[in-house]
Design a protein around this ligand. Structure first.
Ligand code: NAD
Length: 249
């Protein structure tokens, strides 16, 4: 039995990286997948890849900071697939600007995409999950949302906010059988980190942070997201799941 048979999932920021890996795995497990991103061309390629492998997917251009866009994404999902069982708030940006050099615009942009985008997704999807008798939301935070790492204050604050927004939402909506959990990736090879990982010194440093002696892949994250999205985790809500090779151990 496929683990997401008959489920409908929205995954944001899914044109590449972890979001795409989530969507590909969800489709393999039987879900109908709505993938969204700002990058339309890469989004279309991701949809094509899923369809070519026998999955069902549509792509919607979407800015997660726009409430109008969220209303449209939810309407299109309901009109095409009739319900929403799973939401993965994955879209995000990094920001390594040192605190004293950071502009208010940079700070606001990080908060807007990483935190407001997650809030808006929950706000517009949860009413449909309530009507549908439940659902599972997985919010992608970071190890930066668990510890106060150096040199990334806005990113760390935004991912910490995602972690606690997750817990608050889990408590509020448990009575509707809606589960809400956060995933905290370590250093993962994706387009977000490709430049950093190309630098051998940085790569060696990343490796030195991971007790398991390798860097993480997007697929490592997708397996954890699948578990939290599926009914296999039906008594788990409000938790944070680090997937980080043991960094946070
Ligand atoms: P990525 O850059 O490959 O993916 C992020 C996607 O989000 C991109 O496709 C981008 O176009 C999209 N996006 C950015 N702003 C958007 C917006 N306003 N509206 C819609 N889409 C938008 O990076 P990734 O590594 O796959 O990151 C996925 C998530 O994992 C992010 O939330 C990131 O913060 C988090 N994360 C990544 C790492 C890592 O090491 N790569 C570690 C911890 C957490």
């Amino acid at each position: 039995m496929m683990r997401l048979a008959n489920k409908v999932a929205i995954v944001t920021g899914a044109a590449g990286g972890m979001g795409k890996a989530d969507a590909v795995l969800f489709a393999k497990e039987g879900a109908k997948v709505v993938i969204t991103d700002l990058q339309e061309e890469k989004l279309n390629e991701a949809v094509q890849e899923i369809v070519d492998n026998g999955g069902e997917a549509i792509g919607i251009k979407h800015n997660v900071t726009s409430e109008e866009d969220w209303i449209r994404v939810v309407e299109e999902t309901i009109s095409r697939f009739g319900k929403i069982d799973i939401l993965v708030n994955n879209a995000g940006i990094s920001n390594a600007t040192p605190m004293l050099e950071m502009t208010v615009e940079q700070w606001d942009k990080t908060m807007s995409i990483n935190v407001t985008g997650t809030f808006l997704g929950q706000k517009h999807v949860i009413p449909h999950m309530i009507n549908n008798g439940g659902g599972s939301i997985v919010n992608i935070s970071s190890i930066a949302g668990l510890t106060g790492g150096s040199g990334a204050g806005a990113y760390t604050a935004s991912k910490g906010a995602v972690r606690l927004l997750t817990k608050a939402t889990a408590v509020d909506f448990a009575k509707h059988n809606i589960r809400v959990n956060s995933v905290h990736p370590g250093y993962i090879k994706t387009p977000m980190t490709v430049e950093l990982m190309a630098d051998e010194k940085m790569k060696a440093w990343f490796l030195s942070q991971s007790p398991l002696p390798r860097l993480g892949e997007a697929e490592d994250i997708a397996k954890g997201v699948l578990f939290l999205a599926s009914d296999e985790s039906s008594y788990i809500t409000g938790i944070e799941l680090p997937i980080d090779g043991g960094y946070y151990a």
